[in-house]
Write a new protein. Sequence first.
Length: 241
Amino acid sequence: MKVCVIVPAYNEQKNITAVLQDIYSVDKNYVIAVIDDGSLDCTAKVANGVGIAKVISLPCNLGIGGAVQTGFKYANTNNFDIAIQFDGDGQHIAAEIQKLLEPLIKDEADAVIGSRFLHKNQNGFRSTFMRRIGIKIFEIICKIFTGKRISDCTSGFRAYNKKALEMLAHNYPTDFPEPEAVILLRQNNFRIKEVAVEMRERIHGVSSIGSIKSIYYMVKVILSMSMAKIRPPFKIREEYG
């Protein structure tokens, strides 16, 4: 299977080398696509210098949704079987990718989400207390909207099969898209599975969602999830069958 690891990155010059080397050390056959989202630092230059990734530089900052969708479009256009979404800040661990791949290979799911909260005794970094409260609220809303419990709606560590990849390449939310994407996938009858994964705290830099933005972020995401719920399903068989 052709696997593309999509790495969205914005101002990650201090983290991107370690991220790419981590992915490459796990499987040299993975094609790594770094989406430089209009970084103001040397993210693209550093990524190119590592020499193991395709680097796509966006002319301006589109946000995480636009960067990830660019990666989906690249993977879809180049006929990849599986796309892995893998953050460029160093929080995800490449050795955990295989856990996401297994349900796709066994045809148990169309989309797999790496969760920090699936089991209470999981190891690794699990975000700040306030962020965990927000994630729990999103879990409740997702259960109401879809009937399925997703313990880590905001996780950016995900894997998609070819059919889900093609749909998301054409239809992907823009701002803080992960919770809304879960609703869209369920609305269109894609099978979603969570697997427990370990994550680490970023070494350099800070999250784009600070404490001041947290309330605004939560309100905006809840509204986006609500809009995704009332959006009619896409014509999957015609467009992506």
